[in-house]
Design a protein around this ligand. Structure first.
Ligand code: LLP
Length: 424
């Protein structure tokens, strides 16, 4: 018999109403849909707060939320209330964080190809730290300093040469990477020396991010070990270990927790003679499983002996991860969350291409009909944030739920939004 959806994949405050309907944060799925429509992202606010609290405890020297995972003013405010800074990778992410009221001093600017405009924005607004990624960036910072005379507080991003066991598009720590300065060929050492001797840079430490969706502790151990030695060698006080902690997306997956990750990293730094400030910047592990996406089933196409396509009103515009990385998801019916899923389906979206698949081989309750509300869990990270307007589809709304109440944080786009930048 096909399994029920695993509770471990659902937001913490998910329950089942007497009639079998899934409720999130105490709000029934059908009520959410009546109010906000579908497709709809639903985030469990207390779930996010709990993960933030776990991260702050696991990394007491400081932890930033990697805002690329999911960013709007509400989440920026929430993570900051919980004691986290924000990692921003572009001027756009920085702008939203600042608009939410997060002080610039709590932001860290990333990017392998920061523009002059982005660096100037960082200096003008007093962004707390910049993570330097290339020699050309050092040139740019020095050029900027000639007019601003304000040194930038910075970390140097190093590439420790560690292969992380994950999808090749999201590994970043190996030697062959566009990010950072390679340790093995001496580039990292050269960059550190140059940054240390530059009047434009106040170098406070090192940074490394070896990849995303990492399940095992080995790669984190190896990378931290290399970083700790390097920081010790150059007498730098701070080490940011990046993000990358994996989360389960499927019933049979598991990963280490944020607390375990913190312990692994601290065990290694504690074994060194230097006293280092250890910080991190998790994204996925804070928000991924806090959210679900709710869709309405529009049409079902059964091809006898081949497969059953179930098409919903969303698709690669709200979750491009299956199309980009071949990522898998689970799926279930909102009205019978606790029931076994006996039918095999392929869940697809409404775009004009065959690659618009949301779940390639999904299990679903076998009484599925057109009009049903179908849910995909673990969609809180890199779904909405990587979404698009492909086919001029309107981006979905996002609601936060907590204690039986829902609040809209991003409204569904309207047709007129599609012409916002159309100046013809
Ligand atoms: N720090 C840096 C410098 C990063 O580049 C990233 C993610 C993070 C922290 C946060 O990593 P996390 O804890 O979320 O794994 N779109 C891909 C993931 C790309 C990750 C990019 N960088 C996906 O959907 O799997």
């Amino acid at each position: 018999m096909a399994e029920r959806i695993s509770r471990a994949l659902l937001p913490d405050n998910t329950s089942v109403a007497d009639d079998g309907m899934a409720t999130f944060g105490g709000v029934r799925t059908d009520d959410l849909v009546t109010q906000f429509g579908t497709p709809l992202f639903v985030y469990d606010e207390d779930h996010i707060r709990k993960r933030c609290q776990e991260a702050v405890k696991a990394f007491p020297d400081g932890v930033s939320y990697a805002s690329k995972a999911f960013l709007c003013k509400a989440i920026a405010k929430l993570v900051h209330e919980e004691g986290m800074g924000l990692d921003v990778a572009t001027i756009g992410e920085a702008y939203i964080a600042l608009q939410s009221g997060v002080p610039a001093s709590d932001l860290t600017l990333h990017g392998n190809n920061k523009s002059m405009e982005e660096l100037r924005y960082a200096v003008d607004n007093g962004i707390g730290k910049v993570v330097i990624d290339s020699f050309d960036e050092i040139d740019k910072i020095e050029h900027l300093y000639a007019t601003t005379r304000k040194p930038i507080k910075a970390l140097v991003r190093v590439t420790p040469g560690v292969e992380a066991y994950t999808h090749k598009y999201v590994t970043t720590g190996q030697v062959d990477s566009k990010f950072g300065f390679t340790v093995q060929n001496g580039q990292a050492g050269k960059a550190i020396e140059r940054a240390k001797s530059s009047g434009a840079i106040d170098l406070i430490g090192l940074h490394a991010h070896i990849g995303s969706q990492i399940f095992t502790s080995d790669s984190f151990r190896k990378s931290t070990d290399i970083l700790v030695n390097l920081a010790e060698h150059f007498g730098l006080p701070e080490l940011c270990v990046g993000g990358g902690l994996g989360v389960p997306y499927l019933n049979d997956e598991s990963s280490i927790s944020i607390s375990e990750w913190g312990r692994i990293v601290h065990d290694i730094s504690n074994s060194s003679s230097a006293t280092l400030k250890i910080t991190s910047e998790p994204g996925r592990s804070i928000v991924a499983s806090s959210a679900v996406t709710i869709y309405t089933v529009g049409t079902i196409k059964e091809i006898e002996g081949v497969r059953t396509y179930v098409a919903v009103d969303g698709g690669m515009h709200d979750n491009p991860r299956p199309a980009l990385y071949g990522s898998d998801y689970e799926t279930f019916l909102a009205r019978s969350i606790n029931e076994p899923r006996e039918q095999k389906i392929t869940l697809v979206g409404k775009h004009c291409e065959s690659g618009d698949v949301l779940v390639k081989e999904g299990d679903i309750q076998d009484d599925l009909v057109v009009g049903d509300l179908l849910v995909t869990p673990v969609t809180g990270a890199y779904g909405h944030s990587m979404g698009s307007n492909y086919n001029k589809v309107l981006r979905p709304a996002v609601v936060f739920v907590q204690g039986g109440k829902s609040r809209l944080v991003l409204r569904r786009e309207e047709l007129s939004d599609l012409l916002n930048s159309d100046v013809a």
